[in-house]
Design a protein around this ligand. Structure first.
Ligand code: PEP
Length: 250
């Protein structure tokens, strides 16, 4: 039995129609899950209210956002206010996903502002870190991650540290089918835990990168891997349920 609660977090990215969402939950309900892990889903922001409503009736699933602004309100067309997310009863927000870092050019400094803005509203934050293939091959993985942690988590108030989760997502493993070995992942997770200056023993550290029902068990058996952030496999109710079931028996 793990000392920290296992979290399985689905990142639906820019996918799913209303019809697909309704099918997903019909199938989830039919499978009657007895969850001992925490099951969270981050849909597209415009689907958050509908997902909260459906997830409420199925009981077990918490709903979050994939991104938020550094500001509470104002002239930021197209952005998502952390104040509005909190007002809506959203549980968590993912900040610093590699797609935000690479496609939307979000660097550690702006991500730090987003982390602080979300924590101010008592949203749980999943802060993502991870190296590219080039960085791994040039042996700079630990340097890159240390910087992402040091800058991205600067000035997190001590009384908010319990709201913080970290996701280690090697960029070369996201959506590629290449999963880091359990040894590779555990090595980085242990490094991350060692770098946390607050609440280190209790902080949930998720692994993300091509997690599937057939590779999750070996990852979750590692001491410092407390769950998974899952893209592709979280879109299918059968796979998501299987991931949660694996997590419930470890
Ligand atoms: C992700 O989007 O965070 C992710 C890990 O995607 P995938 O599981 O598809 O690799």
């Amino acid at each position: 039995m793990k000392s920290r609660p296992i979290h399985i977090v689905g990142n639906w990215k820019m996918n799913q129609t209303l019809h697909e969402i309704s099918e997903f939950f019909i199938q989830m309900t039919a499978m009657k899950m007895e969850l001992k892990c925490k099951a969270w889903i981050a849909p597209q922001s415009l689907h958050i209210p509908i997902l909260k409503e459906i997830a409420f009736t199925t009981g077990a699933i918490q709903v979050g956002a994939q991104n938020c602004s550094h500001a509470d309100s104002g002239a930021f067309t197209g952005e998502i206010s952390p104040a509005a997310l909190a007002d809506m009863g959203v549980e968590f927000v993912i900040i610093g996903h590699s797609e935000r870092r690479t496609i939307f050019k979000e660097g550690n400094e702006i991500l730090n502002q987003k982390v602080l803005a979300a924590l101010k509203h008592n949203l749980k934050v999943i802060y993502c870190v991870g190296e590219t293939l080039e960085e791994r091959e040039s042996n700079t993985t630990f340097k890159v991650i240390e910087e992402q942690l040091a800058v991205g988590l600067k000035n997190v108030p001590a009384d908010k540290a319990h709201l913080l989760l970290i996701a280690y997502e090697p960029v070369w493993a996201i959506g590629t089918g290449k999963v880091a070995t359990a040894e590779q992942a555990e090595e980085v997770h242990a490094f991350i835990r060692g770098k946390l200056t607050q609440n280190a023993d209790q902080t949930i550290i998720l692994y993300g990168g091509s997690v599937k029902p057939d590779n999750i068990d070996s990852l979750l058996r590692r001491e410092n891997i407390d769950g998974a952030l899952v893209g592709g496999a979280s879109l299918k109710a059968k796979d998501f349920k299987q991931l949660c079931t694996s997590a419930s028996v470890i």
